[in-house]
Design a protein around this ligand. Sequence first.
Ligand SMILES: Nc1ncnc2c1ncn2[C@@H]1O[C@H](COP(=O)(O)OP(=O)(O)OP(=O)(O)O)[C@@H](O)[C@H]1O
Ligand SMILES: [Mg+2]
Length: 234
Amino acid sequence: MALVVDSLSAAYGDTQVLWDVSIRIEPGEIVALIGSNGAGKSSLLGAMSGLVKKRGGTVVYDGTDLTALQPDAIVRAGVVQVPQGRRLFNSLTVHENLLMGAYLRNDKEIASDLERVLEMLPRLRQRYEFLAGKLSGGEQQQVAIARALMARPKVMLIDEMSLGLAPVLVDQLLEILTTINASGVAILIVEQDVQTALEFASRAYVLETGRVTIVGPTSQLLDDPQVQKAYLGV
Ligand SMILES: Nc1ncnc2c1ncn2[C@@H]1O[C@H](COP(=O)(O)OP(=O)(O)OP(=O)(O)O)[C@@H](O)[C@H]1O
Ligand SMILES: [Mg+2]
């Protein structure tokens, strides 16, 4: 049931941005991916989601090879991204945004899943018929998470969730992620807020200019002088 990325390379046209990246996310695990601006974090999530062209390597989830699949098939396989910048449909309501998250499904449990997601994120029930574009940043991030949940993810790839949000809102979102994780969803969290990410996850990868340079338990990274100097401002 692990998500295994092996020796992944990716490029935009002639510009290679990832080299031989190998990461794995075990079932139920919370893993952090950290790195500076432009290190390739979003590109890695994009390549895993089928949105950025891969140049080599493989992505396998639970024995299924996702490497050559289209983005919709990857979502159907259970790997769902919450993109950087949230990418909501601003002129649609919260309700409609959540339904967009289920657009690949044709089962009869969409209504009960909506209810389950609203129980997890009660704020969205109050905002249900509001336009997404009119919500606060924290609420919009909740919509982005809820929309991903509507695709029934087994692994969530969450890109820069905390960007631009006050610490109290970030804490609320992390609590929501804890609940989601407790329901059996593995999480890869990409963060520029390294301290937060390392305190939240159990294992982490450091990406530097497109390559994994450090990997280990977060307790170990928090104590690593190199990590402290480069990312924790110690
Ligand atoms: N659509 C694109 N076309 C060409 N180059 C791109 C594109 N998107 C990203 N890049 C380049 O790929 C490299 C990695 O960018 P990426 O956005 O993956 O980094 P990141 O770690 O997510 O950065 P940030 O912390 O700013 O979100 C950068 O050099 C960036 O300029
Ligand atoms: Mg990014």
